[in-house]
Design a protein around this ligand. Structure first.
Ligand code: PMP
Length: 447
């Protein structure tokens, strides 16, 4: 009987010859635990209620009565002088349980959003679910795919929040180095070929997905150009991988126009996209959304039916009202302002880095996002320097690069500095302290 590996290689070769290979069997990506998830009867009724005629007599769900809510009105005054007021039926529904996939009017807006910004092929075959930030959507998607010991494809470095989801599975990390445009397609192909060429193990498991954070990557700040996305998509297609496109910084790039996403080129139904309002409206709203092929989104929904029930109705209604108030043109203008805000901070941090770290460290100018990814020269492992002597001795805090590496026990010379929040004068001070730290650290190693 042929082992899994040879079967899979064979199917890989067939896929390569018969491109384009539209994904037809999503159950292949779903683990046994997730296959065991069934629709919750009560949650399915809730879904029916959302679309039922207004004269239906509803004696089904245990929804608390709106008259018991202590709130009469919620009023948000916006920085542009306008207001959002929630009252009456709108406030009642914002304070009530809702359908698991999301507040219906918001979902409609989000569908328009995807059409407007990504216009993916076959949007009608994709579902959108409002999630508790991008983080929860990612977590649910990863939990749906992973089995213990599975291989996973990630960029190096990788967003630490995703490593935290993956580590408990003790996966084999197939990590692919980034250059200034993000993950390199040829390195990705090499790594997958290397994995499949391991001849001593005939029971190799296929990696099911590739995780990417293509715009203003956390921590490296790279923005992946569309040409590269197309190449990576081709590799994913050759190796039958889903692409988890985690894109919360999509509007925080420092280019003239929005990047073209993986979702927008997904002719084969292998992209699951994670958007978030955290970086643009408010991270405390805990609101994001996941867009993907219907069969996979159904499993995510069943998971949510059993876990959070749904994302906060209040957060969803606030976001909906804000989107309605802005309109799409206003939304784009709003994003431009946010971009400009962070770009000024990026420029400032880059100046103070030049002022203090010249010769002591290397970095590339981030093309978006909130972070400067710095390689310290002459200090092969920065952990103690950052966590002990930095925090306790110098009173300055950075993230040691280990947090973004699949194997955090290996020495790492990188640190992540964030320009999103600190007052500008603190940035200057912070980098002056970092420069001293590096000088002292090198002396320590010379002793
Ligand atoms: N992905 C990346 C790359 C992030 O940086 C973050 C936030 N730090 C998230 C996902 C989670 O975002 P959210 O607040 O939408 O859950």
């Amino acid at each position: 009987m042929p082992g899994m590996r040879s079967l899979w290689q064979l199917s890989g070769q067939i896929l390569r010859k018969q491109k384009p290979s539209v994904v037809s069997d999503y159950s292949y990506f779903v683990n046994d635990l997730a296959k065991g998830r069934k629709p919750s009867p009560l949650r399915e009724l809730m879904k029916m209620l959302a679309t039922a005629s207004s004269d239906i007599i509803f004696l089904a769900e245990g929804l608390p009565h709106g008259d018991t809510h202590p709130f009469n009105e919620a009023r948000f005054s916006l920085k542009d002088g306008s207001h959002i007021t929630l009252s009456g039926k709108t406030l009642t529904s914002a304070l009530q349980y809702g359908p698991t996939e999301g507040y219906p009017q918001l979902l409609q807006r989000l569908r328009e959003f995807q059409e407007r910004f990504h216009n993916p092929p076959g949007l009608d075959d994709r579902d959108i679910i409002a999630t508790v930030g991008a983080q929860d959507g990612l977590c649910k998607m990863i939990e749906l795919c992973m089995d213990f010991g599975d291989p996973v494809v990630v960029p190096a470095p990788t967003y630490s929040g995703v490593l935290a989801m993956l580590r408990p599975y003790r996966p084999e990390f197939l990590s692919v180095k980034e250059d200034k445009y993000g993950m390199c397609p040829y390195k990705l192909r090499d790594e997958l070929n290397r994995y499949w060429s391991i001849s001593h193990n005939s029971m190799l498991k296929p990696p099911k997905f590739l995780y990417l954070n293509p715009t203003a990557s956390n921590p490296s700040g790279t923005v992946m150009p569309i040409e590269r996305k197309k190449e990576i998509y081709e590799v994913a297609s050759d190796f039958n991988l889903l692409i988890l496109e985690d894109d919360p910084y999509y509007f925080l790039h420092f280019d003239d126009k929005e990047p073209q996403s993986f979702l927008s080129i997904d002719t084969e139904g292998r992209v699951i996209r994670f958007d978030s309002f955290s970086k643009v409206f408010s991270s405390g709203l805990r609101l994001g959304f996941i867009t993907g092929p219907r069969p996979l989104m159904q499993v995510v929904e069943y998971h949510m039916q059993a876990s959070v029930l749904h994302t906060s109705s209040l957060s969803q209604v606030i976001a909906l009202k804000l989107l309605d108030q802005l309109g799409w043109d206003g939304f784009i203008k709003y994003m431009e302002n946010i971009r400009e805000f962070y770009m000024k901070r990026r420029n400032f941090m880059s100046e103070v880095a030049k002022k203090h770290l010249q010769g002591k460290a290397e970095w590339t100018m981030p093309d978006g996002g909130m972070f400067l990814w710095i390689k310290v020269n002459g200090v092969p492992d920065v952990y103690d320097m950052v966590m002990k002597r930095g925090v306790h001795g110098k009173g300055v805090m950075f993230v040691p690069g280990h947090a973004f590496m699949p194997d955090p026990t290996l020495p790492c010379p990188y640190i992540r500095a964030s320009y999103s929040l600190a007052p500008l004068e603190d940035m200057d001070q912070g980098f002056a302290r970092l420069a001293e730290l590096i000088t002292e650290e090198k002396k320590l190693h010379l002793k």
